[in-house]
Design a protein around this ligand. Structure first.
Ligand code: MRU
Length: 350
């Protein structure tokens, strides 16, 4: 993305000895930044979803490990990095980018000799992860936009824009780049209950990028598809198993079923860092269960009777058979996905 095209907001940034995050829980009402000086503040920001989206939490956590090495007493940068990596990796379970990013920074720290070198190595690796994500997003956007017909009407779920990646975004990057190239006419934005990432964040980002959109109730997606008003579904991913099963925000799986029923292509846009070489299929992906209160209240206001119980799985798994293609920075992976993934995937971190 050229500087002129960069949005005037920065979801994750390293400032000297601080990790600065745009607090996504306050959007769209308020653009407020928080500055984390301690690992615990970064971990809290990830758990409470002040920063969210698989790549963005990885980047924030990577900077969090760098922060820990700087706060460490002499002679303990490696131990501090290891403690921080363990704490941050546990902040949310489903997005594999989180554990992957802190493991990368941990390896870089262990390979350095002495505390000063370890600190430099940690920050350099975290910065590299962030830069690589920006480059991956650009490549994904270009490859994804090329798949779309002229004047496409896209449907997306959750939030996969710059807020979620620290770059241009994955699925939303495809929408933004597609619109710039004249291929995307409108984006239907699932509101994405219960946290409303679509209505709150995706709508805000599409507005900032001048992409036409309309927010729809999650339940309206099938009706729009039945009426022939959706040319493609494009979503992100939190973890992709080596067989091509895809974990993403709860509500993605039903979208894939409906898309298959109506013959609408279902694209997953994700960097290679989201493919987990250690997870053979979707059944092994840990699914985060969040607080019941997220379902029982909207914007903090209760909508269910006092004492009502809820279930709140935050992600679901779409079987590989329902995925038309996975758009990565290494190209478009198609069926058989297991073989395409094996040809493209990253290896485990040393
Ligand atoms: O719970 P969230 O908001 O972190 O969930 C985010 C998603 O499910 C995104 O679709 C996914 O992380 C891909 S972000 C490019």
């Amino acid at each position: 993305m050229s500087d002129a095209a960069r949005p005037a907001y920065e979801p994750v940034a390293w400032l000297d000895r601080r990790v600065r995050l745009l607090d996504q829980t306050r959007l769209p009402a308020e653009e407020r930044y928080i500055e984390c000086r301690e690992v615990e503040q970064v971990a809290e920001a990830i758990s409470s979803m002040r920063v969210r989206g698989a790549p963005a939490i990885g980047i924030a956590a990577a900077y969090g490990v760098a922060l820990a090495t700087r706060a460490a007493e002499t002679g303990s940068a490696v131990a501090a990095a290891e403690r921080a990596a363990a704490r941050l990796a546990a902040a949310r379970p489903t997005a594999v980018n989180l554990g992957w990013a802190v493991a990368r920074v941990g390896s870089a720290v262990r390979a350095a000799t002495g505390d000063a070198a370890a600190r430099d190595a940690a920050l350099a690796e975290a910065t590299r992860i962030h830069e690589e994500q920006r480059a991956a997003d650009r490549a994904i956007a270009e490859a994804g936009a090329a798949l779309l017909p002229e004047g496409a009407r896209l449907l997306t779920h959750c939030n996969t824009g710059p807020l979620a990646t620290g770059g241009l975004g994955t699925a939303l990057g495809v929408a933004i780049a597609g619109h710039r190239a004249g291929r995307v006419a409108i984006v239907w934005v699932d509101e994405t209950r219960p946290r409303l990432q679509g209505a709150r964040l995706t709508a805000w980002e599409l507005g900032r990028h001048d992409v036409p959109y309309a927010v729809i109730a999650d339940d309206a997606a099938a009706t729009l598809m039945a009426r022939g008003e959706v040319d493609a579904v494009v979503v992100g991913a939190d973890r992709i198993a080596t067989n091509g099963d895809v974990a993403n925000k709860i509500g993605t799986y039903p979208l894939a079923i409906v898309a298959a029923h109506h013959g609408v292509p279902f694209y997953v846009a994700a960097p290679l860092s989201t493919i987990d070489p250690m997870t053979p299929d979707g059944a092994r992906i840990p699914i985060e269960e969040r607080a019941e209160s997220e379902v029982l209240a909207v914007d903090g206001r209760p909508v269910a009777p006092a004492g009502a119980r809820a279930r709140n799985p935050a992600f679901d798994v779409t079987p590989a058979a329902l995925v038309t293609a996975i758009v990565t920075e290494a190209g478009v992976l198609r069926a058989p996905l297991a073989a395409s993934i094996a040809g493209a995937a990253r290896g485990p971190v040393a």
